[in-house]
Design a protein around this ligand. Structure first.
Ligand code: PGA
Length: 250
C-alpha cells in the first residue's frame, strides 16, 4: 500500500513568524495522522520551519533549487545547501516555474538527478495546459514530461520520486479535474513509469493530484485508486483547512 502524501505549497506566502505560528498549531492537530504531512515553504522560512517542526510529524520541503552543487549562480540555492539544514523534500518543475522562470524538461531532469544525488526527495510537477487538454493531448504531454524528468535515475530512485499531476488550468482557478479524470491521468503516468522501469517500481511511486484541492473535494480525490494524496497551494495557507485536507478520511 502506498502512503498518502499531503504536501502544502505555500508559494510566495508566509513570513518566518507566521510560519512558526502555523507549524506550532498544525503540529498539534496532525499528531495522530498516518499520512505524510509536508510543507514546502519559501527559502527564507526553511530554517525557522525546520526548527518549529522538530519532534513533530511535519516534514519540510523547498519549492525549487539549482541543479549545480555550487558556483557563480547569483541568487540560487544548491541541493547541498538544502540538505545541509535537513530539508527533506523539494518541489521541482512546478508549472509556475516552467511558465515564468524558463524551467524546461531538461532543467527539471537535471534537478531531479541532483536531488537524488544528495538524498532530497523530489516532488516533480507535470501537467497539461487547457489548450493541450482541449486538443486531446493530455496523456501525451504528461507521459512525455514524466519520462524526461526521470531520465538517468535507477529504479530505486524512481520509486522514491513523487510525481504531482497538476493540470495547469486547475491551479489557483477553483477548477478541479474530476476525480475520474485525475485518476485516469495518473494511471497514464504510472503506465509510462511501468514501461520504462517495470510494474513493480511503478506501483511504488507516489503520484499526487494538485490543482484547487480543498477540504470539500479532498476525500473524493484522494480516495481514488491511483491518487496518493495531493499538492495543495491556496488551501494550505490556512491551518484549519489544511488540517481537514490531511484528515480527508474523516
Ligand atoms: P492550488 O495550487 O491548490 O492553489 O490550485 C496548487 C499548486 O500550484 O501546487
Amino acid at each position: 500500500m502506498r502512503k498518502k502524501v499531503i504536501a502544502g505549497n505555500w508559494k510566495m506566502n508566509m513570513l518566518p513568524n507566521e510560519a512558526i505560528e502555523y507549524i506550532d498549531k498544525l503540529s498539534k492537530l496532525v499528531k495522530d495522522t498516518t499520512n505524510e504531512v509536508v510543507l514546502c515553504v519559501p527559502y527564507i522560512d526553511l530554517f525557522y520551519a525546520l526548527l518549529a517542526a522538530q519532534n513533530t510529524n511535519i516534514k519540510i520541503g523547498a519549492q525549487n533549487m539549482h541543479f549545480e552543487e555550487k558556483g557563480a549562480y547569483t541568487g540560487e540555492i544548491s541541493p547541498q545547501m538544502l540538505k545541509s539544514i535537513n530539508v527533506e523534500y523539494v518541489i521541482i518543475g512546478h508549472s509556475e516555474r516552467r511558465q515564468y522562470y524558463n524551467e524546461t524538461d531538461e532543467t527539471v531532469n537535471k534537478k531531479v538527478n541532483a536531488a537524488h544525488r544528495v538524498g532530497l526527495k523530489p516532488i516533480v510537477c507535470v501537467g497539461e495546459t487547457l489548450e493541450e487538454r482541449e486538443n486531446g493531448k493530455t496523456a501525451e504531454i504528461i507521459t512525455e514530461q514524466t519520462k524526461l524528468a526521470l531520465e538517468g535515475l535507477d529504479e530505486e530512485q524512481v520509486a522514491k520520486t513523487i510525481i504531482a499531476y497538476e493540470p495547469i488550468w486547475a491551479i489557483g482557478t477553483g477548477k478541479t479535474a474530476t476525480s475520474e479524470d485525475a485518476n485516469n491521468s495518473i494511471k497514464e503516468i504510472r503506465k509510462e513509469i511501468a514501461r520504462n522501469y517495470g510494474q513493480e517500481t511503478a506501483n511504488r511511486v507516489i503520484i499526487q493530484y494538485g490543482g484547487s484541492v480543498k477540504a470539500e473535494n479532498a476525500k473524493e480525490l484522494f480516495s481514488m485508486s491511483d491518487i496518493d494524496g495531493g499538492l495543495v497551494g491556496g488551501a494550505s495557507l490556512k491551518v484549519d483547512e489544511f488540517n481537514k485536507i490531511i484528515h480527508f478520511e474523516q
